[in-house]
Design a protein around this ligand. Sequence first.
Ligand code: NAD
Length: 267
Amino acid sequence: MPSNGRLAGKNAVITGAAGGIGLETSILFAKEGASVLMADISEPALEKALAKVKQLIPDAAGQIATQKCDVSKEADVQALVEAVDAWGGLDVMFNNAGIMHAQDDDAVNTPEAIWDLTQNINVKGVWFGCKHAVLSLRKHKKKNASIINTASVVALVGAATPQLAYTASKGAVLALTRELAMVHAREGFRFNNLCPAPLNTPLLQDWLGDDQPKRQRREVHFPMGRFGEAVEQAQAVLFLASDESSFVNGHDFAVDGGMTKAYVTPE
Ligand code: NAD
C-alpha cells in the first residue's frame, strides 16, 4: 500500500471502532495511510474488526492496533490516547462510540438509570475523548489536528418517535463540539460534528428488528427512500480528518441524504 494516502503520516484514534461507522472508518483510514488505534468496549468485537481491516488492507502503510476502552471511564480514555504516544502522538481523534438504549423513551417513561447511562457514554465519553486529545496535542506540540465527534440528525430536527435520553445526549455533543472548535481554533485543533441519518448498522437495525410499521414510520421521511450506509458516513469522516478540510471548523456535517432539509419528500 503506498504511503501517499490522504491521511499518510497521521495517527488516529477511533472509538466504537468495532461497530458500523467505526469499523468502516477504520478501514478507510488504514487505506489512506493513517496509523489507526481502534477502540471499543467489546474485546471480541474488536478482534473481529481488526481481522477484517487486516484482511482488506494486508499491506497497510501505517500501524493498525486495538485497545479495549469504555469511553465513560476517564482512565480508559487517557490510557487509549497515551497509547499513541509511542507512534509520535495523536493527529486525529474520532469520538464515535455511542448507545441508543431499548428502554430510552419519552419524558415520562425513560428510566433515570437509562438517562444516566446514555449521558455517561454519549456525552461524558466525548468530553473525555476531547480532553485527552487536547492534552496529547499540546504535549506533542501539534499545530494541525482534527477531532470529529459523532452526534446525530436528531440533534438538528425533532423526532416524534421518542428516545429522549439519546436525543438530549446528541444535542449536548453538538453544543460542546462547537464551543471546543472556538476555544482551540488558534491552536490549530479543529473540532467538527458528524450528524448521521438513520443507518443500516446494528445500533438502529437491531432496535427496529422486523417491526415493519416501525421501519415504515422512518423510511417515509427519507428523501432518497433508504437508510444510510456506514461507509457513507466514513467517507465524510475521512474528509474531516484529512487536510482537505483544513478550513472546516465547528461544522455540523449532516450526512443524511437530505433528510434534515425535507418538508415533504418524493412519493
Ligand atoms: P454500532 O452499535 O454499530 O457501534 C457502536 C459501537 O460503540 C459498538 O461497537 C459498541 O460496542 C461501542 N460502544 C458502546 N458503548 C461503548 C463504550 N462505553 N465505550 C466504548 N465503546 C462503546 O453503532 P453505529 O451506528 O456505528 O454508531 C456509531 C455512532 O453513530 C454512535 O455515536 C451513534 O449514536 C451514532 N449514530 C448512529 C446512527 C444510526 O442510525 N446507526 C444515526 C445517527 C448517529
